[in-house]
Design a protein around this ligand. Structure first.
Ligand SMILES: Cc1cc2nc3c(=O)[nH]c(=O)nc-3n(C[C@H](O)[C@H](O)[C@H](O)COP(=O)(O)OP(=O)(O)OC[C@H]3O[C@@H](n4cnc5c(N)ncnc54)[C@H](O)[C@@H]3O)c2cc1C
Length: 465
């Protein structure tokens, strides 16, 4: 057994781990990056990128089927070739993964350890069979994995997770998506638009991350108009016969439905990858999910020289947050015991459906009642949205009553991913609604809808005086 003594050991070469490694090295610390699985990151391999590639194909099919109202007719049938769709998804995905793999393999060989890491004690790690690493500080950046509830575990390879979708060679005929969170809705809508017969079964009335009841109801209707969507279904049985899965579920109005599917795509949340870490060998306090209890500002686990970043900490499972947290964790690990809090950017999240769903700033559910006014706009009659026949959507912006500062927004509507950036930047600059309305708005653009919502908020502020 070989033992390496090092300043910082980073466990996991995903987006958080890579940025932790780079930050620790930049701070002058001797650092190793430990990876048990394949290089390439969740984002590039089975997350952000392949999901957006599938969605891009779905958008092409959807646009081709909706030209007639413009007087443009695509004669004949619109044929989706599942094999060609998946070939492009996988070859482009492999290209993105290749760039990441190349960049990791360009790191000094002596800094890279291959194998799953486990704790022997608080700062001694074992990597694979033959290497031990004694580290002054450790960054846990082990990411997360899909959670499959016990009900579906008896279905064998017919119960799949997002990773499996991006391994398909062809599209299936019929799929049940379990879970109406971000991943379930993105993949569910994309598959439906690629002519797969899709049923999405949510459990708790959720529609993605939305917390504003009016926006959630509107979004629920949008999805229900396009595919079989039960936001509050109770799945009573899941059984398999050959290659067919039988589901029995109860809808919110009490109707019992029996249906069969080729696959059940389980998107019922994700769990931190801590199982292999043998955290029981440490003195770290663990939370109910077995993750070290940690300070969300410094990412430090208790008073230990251990920092936890990215999806492993389960706070904001988003790529840019993983990269920011990794950088902060790497810095703190290198400079321990001098630890500085992470300065977070304005909260922003996007669900790449069509229309898109986005949230910026404080969630509606987290705003103190009475502390804010809501400005709203429907995109149904919004000029540019109507021109493009993309006029579905509802937006709520929240403005603090005392300071007149923009506090947050939740909405579903066209070009949501772009408007989300305008709003996140305004929030990070602490702009008031008045300052935002002094900014230029071109004509005719979807952003004019945002201006309507902001003006409505100003009117409500006046009413509230
Ligand atoms: C389908 C899907 C779509 C998504 N879309 C978006 C999107 O559009 N926008 C967005 O911002 N985010 C998106 N995300 C989220 C984003 O991908 C994650 O937030 C991000 O990849 C997390 O990075 P990470 O470094 O924490 O984890 P990972 O990239 O998963 O890295 C963790 C690494 O640790 C390794 N590891 C685990 N345990 C050990 C161990 N004991 N020893 C050694 N190595 C170990 C793993 O093998 C893995 O390589 C999506 C996620 C999914 C699943």
């Amino acid at each position: 057994m070989k033992t390496i003594n090092i300043d910082v050991a980073v466990i996991g070469a995903g987006s958080a781990g890579l940025s932790a490694y780079r930050a620790a090295k930049a701070a002058g610390a001797s650092t190793v990056l430990i990876e048990g699985g394949p290089y390439g990151t969740t984002c590039a391999r089975v997350g952000c990128m392949p999901s957006k590639l599938l969605i891009a194909a779905a958008e092409a099919a959807h646009a081709a089927a909706r030209t007639a109202p413009f007087g443009v007719h695509v004669d004949g049938t619109i044929r989706v070739d599942g094999r060609e769709v998946m070939r492009r998804v996988k070859s482009e995905r492999d290209r993105f993964v290749g760039f990441v793999v190349d960049s990791v393999e360009a790191l000094p060989a002596e800094d890279r350890l291959i194998g799953y890491a486990k704790f022997i004690d608080d700062n001694l790690l074992q990597v694979g069979e033959h290497i031990r690493v004694r580290a002054r500080s450790v960054v846990i950046a082990t990411g997360s994995s899909p959670y499959v509830p016990p009900l579906y575990r008896t279905l064998g390879e017919r119960a799949i997770v997002n990773d499996d979708v991006f391994d398909w060679d062809d599209l299936p005929r019929k799929v049940a998506v379990i879970g109406a969170g971000v991943i379930g809705l993105e993949l569910g809508q994309a598959l439906a638009r690629l002519h797969v017969d899709v049923t999405v079964l949510g459990a708790r009335g959720r529609v993605g991350p939305l917390s504003d009841p009016a926006i959630r109801d509107y979004a629920q209707q949008v999805f229900s108009d396009e595919l079989r969507f039960e936001a509050r279904a109770e799945v009573e049985a899941a059984t398999r016969e050959g290659d067919v899965v039988h589901l029995r579920y109860r809808t919110s109005d009490g109707t019992l439905v029996d249906d069969t599917f080729d696959y059940v795509l389980v998107t019922a949340g994700r769990r931190a990858n801590v199982d292999r870490l043998a955290l029981g060998n440490t003195t770290f306090a663990l939370d109910a999910n077995g993750v070290p209890a940690y300070d969300p500002l410094t990412l430090q686990a208790g008073t230990h020289p251990v920092f936890i970043a990215g999806d492993a900490n389960g706070v904001l499972p988003l790529l840019h947050e993983a990269a920011d947290e990794g950088r902060a964790a790497g810095n703190n690990a290198a400079h321990y015991p001098f630890v500085t809090p992470l300065v977070r950017r304005a909260p922003i999240s996007v669900l790449f459906s069509d229309p898109g769903i986005a949230m910026v700033g404080t969630r509606h559910a987290d705003l103190a009642p009475g502390s804010f006014v809501t400005g709203d706009v429907s995109f149904e009659d919004q000029g540019r949205s109507r021109v493009m026949l993309r006029n579905r959507g509802l937006m709520h912006v929240y403005v603090d009553r005392m300071t007149r500062r923009f506090a947050g927004a939740e909405w579903i509507g066209p070009d949501a991913e772009h408007i989300a950036h305008l709003l996140a930047w305004a929030l990070q600059m602490n702009l008031t609604v008045d300052a935002m309305l002094e900014m230029p708005f071109y004509h005719p653009v979807v952003e004019e809808g945002l201006r309507t919502a902001l003006r409505n908020a100003v009117a409500r502020l006046k009413d509230a005086q």
